[in-house]
Design a binder for this molecule. Structure first.
Ligand SMILES: Cc1cc2nc3c(=O)[nH]c(=O)nc-3n(C[C@H](O)[C@H](O)[C@H](O)COP(=O)(O)OP(=O)(O)OC[C@H]3O[C@@H](n4cnc5c(N)ncnc54)[C@H](O)[C@@H]3O)c2cc1C
Length: 292
């Protein structure tokens, strides 16, 4: 339970951090809130010789709106997401999902950037980001680029980030006013990772679903964007038969591991149950409006 020794660096700008990560190479890791990395170091599953702390970089903090997007600095904590009036008004699913992560102690330090960059299929924010169609602003040694969340996750702890790159911000297109949303998470106890979870964002036109997007957490090596299930829901009244078909389509793309949270088949079924609940709750929250 004691990590290996490491050198500690505290840059004050993104360019300095990226320079350090590039110069120090494979032996260096960025550290944000430390609430995934430090447990890994204590278990000696990670043994970086250098930690580059992103905590002293002011430009990585803050929440702002820009051209119809909400832009959240990577070092914004989960606690700050919960307290943000902008997010509560524009993208309330982020508050709902944040409140289901761990406990207040973890959320005071754990960051959105760390949660989405970690690549752990158990993290809650990645599926929410797939559901919202978010993009990640990434800075490398001599470049900056944007990676769609839906293209970011390649395997457990394996993402599209190249050596030396960091996520600087998370960019979320603001869903239409009056949209419905829900994040439903099954966990064994408070503070646990998901046995399965589902994120839904939808818009209604009268009694019909005009748009729908679905993300699933911890039921595969990566978070899942359940595109086919969402297509089945779009255009429907969310009647029982359609929901059943969508649940079956979502379950079909899962491939969870059997582990302490239950056998694979159970976790797949729970993903379906979470999805059905999230669809119903999202509909109940949507303000019906004719689409322009
Ligand atoms: C008891 C406990 C329960 C938890 N339960 C949950 C849960 O239910 N749901 C959940 O989602 N999470 C959970 N977590 C994890 C928590 O949310 C972490 O805070 C989060 O996963 C990582 O954020 P961090 O800021 O702590 O990142 P760190 O631990 O500092 O970093 C994690 C990884 O991301 C990399 N990284 C960090 N920031 C960046 C960046 N800006 N750019 C590129 N790479 C970066 C690091 O190099 C490292 O590899 C739990 C943690 C604990 C200790």
């Amino acid at each position: 339970m004691i990590p290996g020794s490491f050198a500690y660096h505290r840059p004050t700008s993104v360019s300095e951090a990226v320079g350090l990560l590039t110069d120090l190479g494979d032996d260096a890791r960025a550290i944000a809130g430390g609430h995934s990395l430090i447990p890994m170091m204590k278990l000696r599953l990670a043994t970086p010789g250098h930690l580059v702390d992103l905590g002293g970089i002011a430009e990585l903090k803050g929440i702002r709106t820009e051209n119809g997007d909400v832009v959240i600095g990577a070092m914004t904590t989960q606690h700050e997401l919960i307290g943000s009036d902008v997010l509560s008004a524009k993208v309330p699913i982020l508050r709902e999902a944040s409140l289901l992560i761990a406990d207040p102690q973890v959320r005071y330090l754990g960051t959105l950037g760390g949660n989405v960059a970690n690549g752990d299929p158990g993290n809650d924010m990645p599926a929410v980001m797939l559901c919202l169609g978010a993009g990640y602003d990434v800075v490398g040694p001599t470049w900056a680029r944007r990676i769609a969340a839906r293209e970011f996750y390649q395997g457990a702890y394996f993402t599209a980030l190249e050596p030396g790159e960091i996520v600087s911000a998370i960019r979320i297109p603001v869903p239409a006013a009056g949209h419905g949303y829900a994040y439903e998470k099954l966990k064994r106890k408070i503070g646990d990772y998901a046995t399965a979870a589902a994120a839904v964002v939808l818009a209604m036109n009268g009694e019909t679903v005009a748009r729908c997007s679905i993300g699933l957490t911890n039921v595969a090596e990566t978070p899942l964007w359940a595109e086919e299930a969402a297509n089945i829901i779009t255009g429907s009244t969310l009647d029982g038969e359609t929901v059943k078909k969508a649940v079956a389509a979502a379950e079909a793309i899962t491939s969870p591991a059997s582990d302490g949270r239950g056998p694979a088949q159970y976790r797949t079924k729970m993903a379906g149950v979470m999805l059905a609940r999230a669809l119903a709750r999202a509909k109940s929250r949507a303000t019906s409006r004719p689409q322009s």
